[in-house]
Ligand binder design. Structure first.
Ligand SMILES: [Fe+2]
Ligand SMILES: [Fe+2]
Length: 208
């Protein structure tokens, strides 16, 4: 009546642990986690989730800025940066699918919040838009640097991708600094507020 239970049988876990076949979730060898660490795959999945969210938000920020400044003298610069953000996002869309990582549940919120941040700073003035770029890109630079240090040699393809993107984020920061970011009215306050918002967005997107 009850039939053979479909649950785990004694020895199953040991059999799986000894199974040399690679995980279906990733194509790279597993590294042994240190005591207290999350399993390496879980750590990397969180990285991918938050990086995808960040690139999504960045693309939306530039879309918001271009909605306001699309006919201004800064439009070509903004389009250049938006195109690179879109390439970053396209890469993380592929990585999400390949490694079977779910995106953050907050994407609909970042869709609106990113555009609103970009448009609002652009409405203030071009230099405020550039100040937004410096704050966002410096936060992402620090975030990618921490991830690159964490990955070290455990996932070279991911690390190489992050190093390439970090170089482009730094280029965006330099473009914004060269275009008057620090001369924006209320620069320090604006920058501090955006940096805080970015750090909160990172923490939320890792977890949700
Ligand atoms: Fe980016
Ligand atoms: Fe960027």
């Amino acid at each position: 009546m009850t039939g053979q239970p479909g649950g785990q049988q004694p020895g199953d876990a040991a059999t799986r642990a000894a199974d040399p076949r690679p995980s279906a979730l990733t194509q790279r060898p597993a590294a042994a986690p240190l005591p207290g660490d999350l399993p390496t795959d879980a750590t990397i999945h969180r990285m991918i989730r938050v990086d995808h969210a960040g690139e999504y938000g960045a693309a939306r920020i530039y879309a918001g800025q271009l909605a306001v400044l699309g006919r201004s003298a800064k439009a070509d610069l903004l389009r250049h940066m938006q195109e690179q953000e879109q390439a970053h996002l396209d890469t993380f869309n592929t990585v999400l699918a390949d490694r079977r990582v779910r995106p953050t549940a907050l994407l609909p919120f970042w869709h609106l919040a990113g555009f609103a941040l970009g448009a609002a700073t652009a409405v203030l003035c071009e230099r405020a838009a550039m100040a937004c770029t410096v704050a966002v890109e410096e936060t992402i630079d620090a975030h990618y640097t921490a991830q690159i240090d964490t990955l070290a040699e455990s996932d070279p393809p991911m690390r190489d991708t992050l190093e390439k993107f970090r170089a482009e984020e730094r280029e965006h920061r330099d473009i914004a600094l060269a275009n008057g970011a620090e001369q924006a009215p209320g620069y320090r306050l604006l920058s501090a507020a955006i940096r805080t918002g970015c750090r909160i967005a990172i923490r939320l997107s890792e977890r949700l």
